[in-house]
Design a protein around this ligand. Structure first.
Ligand code: C5P
Length: 232
C-alpha cells in the first residue's frame, strides 16, 4: 500500500496532476479540497450567511456534521471519474463555482469542521488500504493543504507542489475562462485565508518540494511519477 500525499496552494495544478498520477499507477484519488467545497456548497444551500465577518461557527459545525453523519455526502475516489454527491445529486461542477471558491475558506477555517473532515479523509485513505482492496499495487493519492502534515504525515510519499503566485493566478484564470459560468477565483486571497489554519507555503520536514513554475503539465507529472517510483 502506497499513500501519496500532495499539498500546495491554489492554482498550482494539484488536482489535475494528482488525478493523472493516480491513474498512471492505478491508485485511488482523494480530492480533499472537493470535500471542503462540498461543505461550503451545502452551508450556502442551507442559507447560512458565509459573508458575515464572523461566521456562526457553531451553526456551520452543526450543519457540516449533519452533512456527514446524516449520510448526505458521498465522493468517488475513482481517478477516471472523481465525483462528489449531496443526497445523490452530482455537485462536482457546482462546487467549482466562484460563489463556492470565494466562501470555502470561511468554512475550512472552522477547526471543528476540519476535525470532521480530517477524520473522514483518514477513513477514506485507510479504506483503500483495507483487506478487501489491499493488493500489492494498491495505493491512494490524496491532495490538499494539510495532507503531508496532518491527515497523513506518515504517508510513504509526501510532496509540496508549488509555483510562483503570478503563474498560479494565470493558470487558474485560464482554467476559469475555459469553463463558462465558473467565474473568477482570487488565488492569493484564498491562500492568505487558508494559511491561517494550514501550512502549505513551505514544506514540512521530510516533504519534497516540486516548484512547477517553469514546467508544463507533462513535465510536472513526470517528476511526480519518478518520485513515486523511487518510493515503491
Ligand atoms: O484544492 P481546492 O482549491 O479545491 O480547495 C478548496 C479549499 O478547500 C481551499 O481553498 C481550502 O480552504 C480548503 N482546503 C483545506 N484543506 C485541504 C484542502 C482544501 O482547508 N486539505
Amino acid at each position: 500500500m502506497i499513500r501519496v500525499a500532495i499539498d500546495g496552494p491554489a492554482g498550482v495544478g494539484k488536482s489535475s496532476t494528482s488525478k493523472a498520477l493516480a491513474k498512471y499507477f492505478g491508485y485511488a484519488y482523494l480530492d480533499t479540497g472537493a470535500m471542503y467545497r462540498a461543505c461550503a456548497w451545502w452551508c450556502l444551500q442551507q442559507g447560512i450567511d458565509l459573508d458575515a465577518e464572523q461566521v456562526d461557527e457553531r451553526l456551520v459545525t452543526e450543519t457540516v456534521g449533519e452533512f456527514f453523519t446524516g449520510d448526505h455526502f458521498d465522493i468517488s475516489v475513482d481517478p477516471d471519474n472523481p465525483r462528489v454527491f449531496a443526497d445523490g445529486e452530482d455537485i462536482s461542477e457546482a462546487i467549482r463555482s466562484a460563489e463556492v471558491s470565494s466562501h470555502v475558506s470561511k468554512v475550512s477555517n472552522v477547526i471543528p469542521v476540519r476535525n470532521v473532515l480530517i477524520a473522514a479523509q483518514r477513513a477514506y485513505i485507510a479504506r483503500e488500504a483495507s483487506a478487501d482492496s489491499f493488493s500489492e499495487g494498491a495505493g491512494v493519492v490524496a491532495e490538499g493543504r494539510d495532507i503531508t502534515t496532518v491527515v497523513a504525515p506518515d504517508a510513504e510519499v509526501r510532496v509540496l507542489l508549488t509555483a510562483r503566485e503570478e503563474v498560479r493566478q494565470a493558470r487558474r484564470t485560464g482554467q476559469t475562462a475555459a469553463a463558462p459560468g465558473v467565474g473568477t477565483d482570487d488565488v492569493a486571497a484564498r491562500d492568505k485565508a487558508d494559511s491561517k489554519v494550514t501550512s502549505f507555503l513551505t514544506a514540512a520536514e521530510g516533504v519534497t518540494t516540486v516548484d512547477n513554475s517553469d514546467m508544463d503539465f507533462a513535465q510536472t507529472l513526470d517528476v511526480l511519477i519518478r518520485i513515486v517510483e523511487d518510493a515503491v
